[in-house]
Design a protein around this ligand. Structure first.
Ligand code: ADP
Ligand code: MG
Length: 261
């Protein structure tokens, strides 16, 4: 049964899309079956997977509004070896139309039902806003992975985000968990980053991933070649960090399953 992880933070530019693409590719490289859903109208995860967002036949719009079967919407050939549901500016139209439809919060959840047994992991790249699309992601997900940059206002932002997640969860998805807090674009020479990182660990404890994503130019360059970093420069610190993160996510899941049984 697939574990569905929404990658969310209402702030833009914190590394959501970079995390989505690279963790999906890293997980796929461990022979897991992976689906990535690009909910962001910017379509950056789509482009970063080697798919031209201007040329795609179907996107989240067809899935959520036209209710096309997911098997007809999914793109099976990406440079990251995972499957993709593409996103582009049509996602904005979907967001608006969702306002008018029945049971609008659970459209994505319903749409995923036929494939939940097929995939091992489904990652959702969320837009940087609390739109209907993000609500749909929260309703469909088992857990939320929160990427954050260790900078001055980060903690304020994350407290607001956790509030939102908790409120949303109480309405649309009482079982929603925090998958983990991921430190991104980390520069260990920066004292402020270290301070914020320590505060984060105090506040969120075990929920903070041990894996830290360093600031690494290869992670920023790879999307312009339409590939995840591991297929651009597999020895880069960025590519290695995301492989480590995939390993940590897998180990946490096994640990939680053992706890539950
Ligand atoms: P979001 O999806 O949260 O808006 P992105 O993943 O698009 O954030 O990242 C914002 C910008 O920062 C992009 O240009 C991306 O290439 C760059 N970036 C993200 N993570 C890193 C990193 N670890 N090191 C260097 N650049 C990064
Ligand atoms: Mg993004």
């Amino acid at each position: 049964m697939a574990k569905v992880i929404a990658i969310a933070n209402q702030k833009g530019g914190v590394g959501k899309t970079t995390t989505a693409v690279n963790v999906a590719a890293s997980m796929a490289a461990t022979k897991r079956k992976v689906l990535l859903i690009d909910l962001d109208p910017q379509g950056n995860a789509t482009m970063g997977s080697g798919i031209d967002k201007y040329e795609v036949e179907s996107t989240c719009y067809e899935l959520l509004i036209e209710e096309k079967p997911i098997q007809e919407v999914v793109i099976t050939e990406t440079t990251g070896k995972y499957h993709l549901i593409a996103g582009n500016s049509d996602n904005t139209a979907a967001d608006i139309k969702l306002m008018e439809v029945f049971a609008r919060e659970i459209r994505l959840r319903k749409a995923l039902e036929p494939v939940r047994d097929y995939y091992d992991y489904i990652f959702i790249d969320c837009p940087p806003s609390l739109s209907q699309l993000t609500v749909n992601a929260m309703a469909a997900a088992d857990s939320v992975l929160v990427p954050m940059q260790c900078e001055y206002y980060a903690l304020e932002g994350i407290t607001a985000l956790m509030d939102t997640i908790n409120k949303l969860a109480s309405v649309v998805n009482p079982n929603l968990k925090i998958e983990g807090v991921l430190r991104t674009m980390y520069d260990p020479r920066n004292r402020l980053a270290n301070d914020v990182s320590e505060q984060l660990k105090r506040h969120f404890g075990e929920q903070v991933y041990r894996t830290v994503i360093p600031r690494n130019v290869r992670l920023a360059e790879a999307p312009s070649f339409g590939v995840p970093a591991m297929y651009y420069d597999k020895s880069s610190t960025g590519a290695k960090a995301y492989l480590a993160l995939a390993g940590e996510i897998l180990r946490r899941r096994t640990k939680n399953l053992q706890k539950a049984s």
